[in-house]
Design a protein around this ligand. Sequence first.
Ligand SMILES: [Zn+2]
Ligand SMILES: [Zn+2]
Length: 338
Amino acid sequence: MKLRKHYFLEEWVVVAPERRLRPHPKVGEEGAGGNGCFFCPGNEETTPPATLVLKEVDGKMVKLAEEGDHREKNWLIRCFPNKYPILSPREEMDVHGEQPLLERGAKGFHEVMVVTPDHEATPLTISLEQWKLILEACLDRCRWYAEHEFVKHISVIENRGRLAGASIEHPHLQLFALSMVPPRILKELPAFRQGCPLCELLPVEEERKERVVCATHHFLAICPWASRYPYEVWIIPRKHSSAFMDLRKKEIEELAYMLKAVLSALELAVPEISYNYSYILGPLGDENYHWKVEIYPRLTTPAGFEFSTDIMVNPIPPEEAASKLRKKLEELKATQRL
Ligand SMILES: [Zn+2]
Ligand SMILES: [Zn+2]
């Protein structure tokens, strides 16, 4: 698979015809424990050997990997290479061709992390303990990628719901380790090099309160001032940090709570909502960048105006979205579901 460069901008497109072969389970065949779901317990052999399995053995959490045909059972989390990747460690990363027809190999890693054995799990039914495990598994895989010299950037995402591009319903994250810093991050870097814009906005938003969704000792969740999507939420570490991989125990606990709380409030505020969420990390080793989690609900469809101008239209003011999410959080706490 190749990355083709825009004729004259620093923008790239992955051209991956192999992705056409991706099987899609038929609707109705992918129910809980259904034989049609590749990610359900019992169907492990339909996926490549795991790079990481978390499971409990004799009351202790252990980390294992699989080889050949062996597959672990009774797992809590399972990571494995994507069978239809958009990146491959075997690709070359040099740029080939002549201006304006430039391309490079899409070198990198593309993995899947099945975050729970429960096909029907939601952010609310996933226990806080399991949320912590998910984060620990993420950190573990990110650290492994970061050991490869060619890896320059890591992206971790979840697509939830058909409108968010999820082809398999079973809750799973996708991890991408790229051999280049993506254009979106490159565009942001000059702002971070002049002093951190997130460190600047945190006290302002906290004082204004109206866009704050949830606050803990180490994190603040807000609907950003210029939210591009209805109910867009950013979860920001309060202390400047580029080192997502160095999260400490207490921070992992709080982030697990934040993710569970905010995503559950969102699913309660808008039933059947589809959304994407991403850990937005800087270039590996760049201390100017301040990482965060961004959640993009998919209630609107960008159309001609948005594509031609890069200006999004958001019908729900972030103040209104934050107020509704705060109410749903209160409901969840009052009924002891959080
Ligand atoms: Zn499943
Ligand atoms: Zn900062």
